[in-house]
Each structure stands twice: as structure tokens, then as C-alpha cells.
Write a protein that binds this ligand. Structure first.
Ligand code: SIN
Length: 171
């Protein structure tokens, strides 16, 4: 029998679920925050004009709410390809709403990877996103889908919602 493991999604893995899973539960990572600091050469931008997508950044007082999926290990061939532009699998402990904890695989894009862009003001990130597109579509669609998904999850993510507000104000 193959052992199922938890996968934690905090970006497109929340709203674009193109992989099979056994169970899905809202969960959180303590000590991490979601940031639009990763470049995208292959989904929401191109190598010449990268888009901006989210990564996780350690932040001791923060909580990142996302979706945990119980999956069988065979899904990682597909996910490693999907997340290949700078993300590496890490194992991080998550917490479910009932307080129970489990180790989860999380795709994290660390500073220094080939597509990393790093911090910028929310307004500048919004302007960047407004003008980027790639093989998976408009960068703005990634942002708006993520913001909608986070509202549904009840996540009060000031960084994402500030960028969404700035982008809508530019439209
Ligand atoms: C994730 O969603 O967990 C990773 C980042 C992304 O694919 O947007």
C-alpha cells in the first residue's frame, strides 16, 4: 500500500487543483508569510518579462492560511514539473483548524533561485502584475483567483489584498 502524505498549497495550488487527492482540509503554517516575491518565467510571464507569483517567507509572528491535500506520492511528478521554476519541496509542519498537526510537503521558492525577484512595494507589484502574461494566462488572473480563494478560506492576507486593491484601482 502506498503511504499518503499531506501537501500544503498557499498559491495557485489552492484554486487550480489539477491533481488527484484523497482529502482536502483548510490548514495553516505558523511562522510563514505569503509574498509576491517570486518571478514566473513559465506560467504568468516569460523569461524576458517575468510575472510575479507567491512564495513563502519565514516570519516569526505570521500565519499563512492555505489548503492541505492528502495525496499519494505519484502526484509529485506532475507537481514538480508544474512548480519547476524555482520552487523546491520542503517539509513544514502544518496545523489544522482542530489544532492537530502534521508534516506537509510545501513548494517554496527561496531567495537566489533563477526566477526570484524579491520585495517591492505593493503598488509596484500590482503595476508589474497588471502588465504580465505567460503561457498559463494573465498574471492578474493569478492574483484575482488567489484573492478570491483566500476570502473563501477566511484568510485575512493584507499583502495579497493590498495588491488586489492597487490593481483594481489601476484598471
Ligand atoms: C503553491 O500554490 O503552494 C505554490 C505556489 C504556486 O504554485 O502558486
Amino acid at each position: 500500500m502506498t503511504t499518503a502524505i499531506w501537501l500544503f498549497g498557499y498559491g495557485s495550488l489552492i484554486y487550480k487543483v489539477d491533481f488527484p487527492f484523497l482529502e482536502r482540509r483548510r490548514a495553516r503554517l505558523d511562522g510563514w508569510t505569503r509574498r509576491f516575491w517570486q518571478g514566473s518565467h513559465d506560467h504568468r510571464g516569460t523569461p524576458e518579462a517575468p510575472g510575479r507569483v507567491v512564495t513563502l517567507v519565514p516570519a516569526s509572528q505570521s500565519v499563512c492560511i492555505g489548503m492541505a491535500y492528502r495525496v499519494t506520492p505519484d502526484v509529485f511528478a506532475h507537481l514538480d514539473h508544474r512548480e519547476k521554476n524555482g520552487y523546491v519541496r520542503e517539509t513544514i509542519e502544518l496545523q489544522f483548524d482542530d489544532g492537530t498537526r502534521a508534516d506537509a510537503v510545501v513548494y517554496v521558492a527561496a531567495p537566489g533561485n533563477e526566477a526570484y525577484l524579491g520585495p517591492a512595494a505593493e503598488r509596484d507589484i500590482a503595476a508589474h502584475i497588471a502588465n504580465a502574461r505567460g503561457p498559463s494566462g494573465e498574471n492578474r488572473e493569478y492574483l484575482l483567483n488567489l484573492a478570491d480563494a483566500l476570502r473563501e478560506l477566511g484568510s485575512d492576507d493584507a499583502h495579497v489584498f493590498d495588491i488586489e486593491r492597487e490593481l483594481r484601482a489601476m484598471a
